[in-house]
Design a protein around this ligand. Sequence first.
Ligand SMILES: O=C(O)CCC(=O)C(=O)O
Ligand SMILES: [Fe+2]
Length: 197
Amino acid sequence: MQKAYEEIVNSFIDDKLGLSQSFLSDALATQLRENLRALNSGERLQAASIGNQAKRVTDLSNRGDKIYWLDRSHNDKHENLFFDLMDEFVSYLNSSCYTGITGYEFHYALYEKGTFYKKHLDQFQDNKSRAFTMIMYLNLDWKEEDGGNLCIFHENRTQIINPVNGSCVFFKSSELEHEVLPCNRQRLSITGWLKTN
Ligand SMILES: O=C(O)CCC(=O)C(=O)O
Ligand SMILES: [Fe+2]
């Protein structure tokens, strides 16, 4: 995994946007995709909200994905393998880049056809604990006509990311505004935040 971690850190240093095309193994991506599909079939996903605590509201004009928080207490073998990978990545970041990450949170996200997430920043105004955003994609054979690109708004250009299976993006949650364009087919991912105190 060291190579994927280095790819992320090097592209983050160069460009504020860490990127690896092969962060999740095919086997783990397949298992997580199956988990997410099963949760969706069992109607376990919830409409995502915007805002924090008391200000939390569902607002489909801004955000149409459905989510489910991962947790080690689910005792799901594949979720736990995912957390093992995140623990390893956080140790790598803290030891090689002194990032001081003390926690994290991750949710599955499913965008049905026609849904999107308008331009936003991931850090809440009243809580700065989200230091880095990570997004990992679980979509096989994603094509241009499927839409659903992640647009990253840099100072003077927009970077377009395809939500390709196993790939990962990583950026500072307070820094880069971003948007998910409308999807023309179901779009699956895991999104999370690495936190500092
Ligand atoms: O799925 C993506 O590409 C981005 C998701 C996102 O911006 C978020 O959940 O905050
Ligand atoms: Fe976001």
